[in-house]
Structure formats: C-alpha cells, structure tokens
Design a protein. Structure first.
Ligand code: SF4
Ligand code: SF4
Length: 95
C-alpha cells in the first residue's frame, strides 16, 4: 500500500535554485503594516509568510511560484511579484 505524503513530504521533493542576489517577491513593510487581515499568512501553501510580533516576515526561498499571495493581497502596491530569473526558482518533482 502506498504511503500518503504530507505537505512537508511533498515540499521536500521539490528542488529550489534560490537567487540570493535578487528576491523575486518583495514586500513594502509600511503598506503591510496597514493590512488588517494579512491573508498571506494563511494562504501561502509553502507557509513562507509568518506573523512575528504583529509584523509579517517573509522569505522568498521555497516559493512555489503559484501567485496566490499576489492575487490575495488586498493592499495595492504592497507586493512586488515577478517570476525568478531564468535558471532560478522551483523545479517540481513528483516522485
Ligand atoms: S496580504 Fe499583502 S499587504 Fe497584507 S500583510 Fe500580506 S503582503 Fe502585506
Ligand atoms: S507565490 Fe505562492 S508559494 Fe510563493 S510566496 Fe506567494 S503564495 Fe507562497
């Protein structure tokens, strides 16, 4: 019988080439501070947005490039989102 993979198992299969010199997603901390609901902290499937002492902390390494944070963010201009440059980013692996 095959084992059901947890989300951590599945994320562990993926491979990331992180561009250390250029963040493909950047936040405007001042605008984020005005965001009442902070939906990025629960909507990101890779759990990259964390709430620490009331402020959002974000690490772009491990991003699945799904675009959820860009779509769900309610504050115009708070997120600058682009795909990683060529050769960087996620490589999905399914087994
Ligand atoms: S949802 Fe957008 S504005 Fe709100 S905390 Fe997250 S990134 Fe910032
Ligand atoms: S694009 Fe998807 S995985 Fe990447 S930070 Fe946004 S919600 Fe998370």
């Amino acid at each position: 019988m095959s084992k059901t993979l947890t989300i951590e198992d599945r994320l562990g299969i993926d491979k990331f080439q992180v561009d250390e010199e250029h963040a493909h997603i950047r936040l405007n901390a001042e605008l984020c501070a005005t965001c009442a609901t902070k939906p990025c902290t629960w909507a990101c499937p890779a759990l990259l947005y964390k709430l620490e002492a009331g402020a959002v902390k974000f690490d772009y390494a491990g991003c699945l490039e799904c675009g959820t944070c860009r779509v769900i963010c309610p504050v115009k201009g708070a997120i600058t989102w682009e795909y990683p440059k060529a050769t960087f980013g996620i490589q999905f692996r399914y087994g």
